[in-house]
Each structure stands twice: as structure tokens, then as C-alpha cells.
Design a protein around this ligand. Sequence first.
Ligand code: DX5
Ligand code: ZN
Length: 216
Amino acid sequence: MSHLIAPSVLAADFANIQRDFEMINKSEADWFHIDVMDGVFVPNISFGMPVISAMKKHAKKPLDVHLMIVNPDQYIGTFKKIGADILTVHYEACTHLHRTLQAIKAEDMKAGVALNPHTPVHLLEDIINDIDLVCIMSVNPGFGGQSFIENTYDKVKQLKELINKKGASTLIEIDGGVNIHNAKALIDAGADVLVAGSFVFKSDKPEVTIQELKSV
Ligand code: DX5
Ligand code: ZN
């Protein structure tokens, strides 16, 4: 499988969201990456359900929703209703992760788990076969435009080994500080999905930038 590109719409122009969604629809991007921040799990607030519903109307590709929130369980049904296709919760926010993942799958969504930079990959050993996607945070979550943490490469390799050892079909997604300079090394290490916010939307030609990331 060739790798997937998921532009993070956190870096889009919210006053021109339809225009930016149409650009992604036309581009070689595979998913829309949607960052939900609650001001508690992370020190920032992004946007909530009404905004995502409005975005969904313009999206012709799957919505990859990344929940940076405490107590995600209580909103799983709501995120399904407003159009999430992949729902990712944080390992650090879920006391009963196995139950949370089953609840996401029961709503017919793909279930993802995100790991903060300090959370080791081996903690997923007993749950990896239940996870459709692991999102390795390559920055501390909460803001776009931060610098990539170099330790990520080792984590990707360790996770790939764990997935192979357990015979799982989990995808590895990288989120934070992704650009054309680190994309190839990430894919070589085992990444399947690259999220990119600022690098796409702050470039002169976002559609070309997506194409460049896709053809790495
Ligand atoms: C960080 C978010 C990321 C962010 C990536 O908390 O989860 O998805 O939007 O943005 P860039 O690519 O600018 O680091
Ligand atoms: Zn994200």
C-alpha cells in the first residue's frame, strides 16, 4: 500500500473552509485530519461538533477525527452522527481503552489510539490487535506549527515491529511537524499515514505540496 496523506485542517483558513476543503477534494490527499481540542487535555481549544458538521458537507474524503479531549467515551455516538469515519482517542485520556475501542467500532468507525511523545509504544502490546490506527504524536499535542521530535523515528520502528510480531493490520500515522524533509525517513521507518498542517496550508501551492508529500 502506498502511504496516505491527511492534511490537518487546523491550519486551514476557517473563514474560507469550503474553498480549502474543495482544494483537498481535488488534491491527491486521502483523508481530512480534524483536530478536536478541549482546553483540558491540551492547553488549547479548537472547534467542536457544529463546525465539524459544516465541514462534513464539503468533504468528499474520509474524516480522520483526532480527539484531544478527556472523557471521549461520552461523545462517540455524536462523532459518528456528524460524520467521523476514523475516531482516534488518546491513550493518556482513556482508563478503559479496550472498552472505548469496542464502542468506536460498534458505531462502525475505524478506531485509533494516539500516543503522546512521552508514552512508550510497548504499552500497546496487549491491545494492538484491536486498534485500526496508531497515531504517534511527533509534537506535544495542542498546537499546529511546532517542530518535529526526532525520537519519533525510533517509536515508528518499534511500533512496526510490534504490529508485525502480533500479526496486526494496524496503520501507523504520524502527526506533528511533518514536512518534505522528514516524510521519506518516516515512511522508510514504517509510517502509513502522514498528517501535515502548516506545511500544506502555509505553502504557496497547497495542492502541489500534497502531491509532493504523496509521491515521496
Ligand atoms: C497537534 C495536532 C496536529 C497539528 C499538526 O496537536 O494534532 O494534527 O494540526 O500540525 P502541523 O503539521 O502544523 O504540526
Ligand atoms: Zn492531530
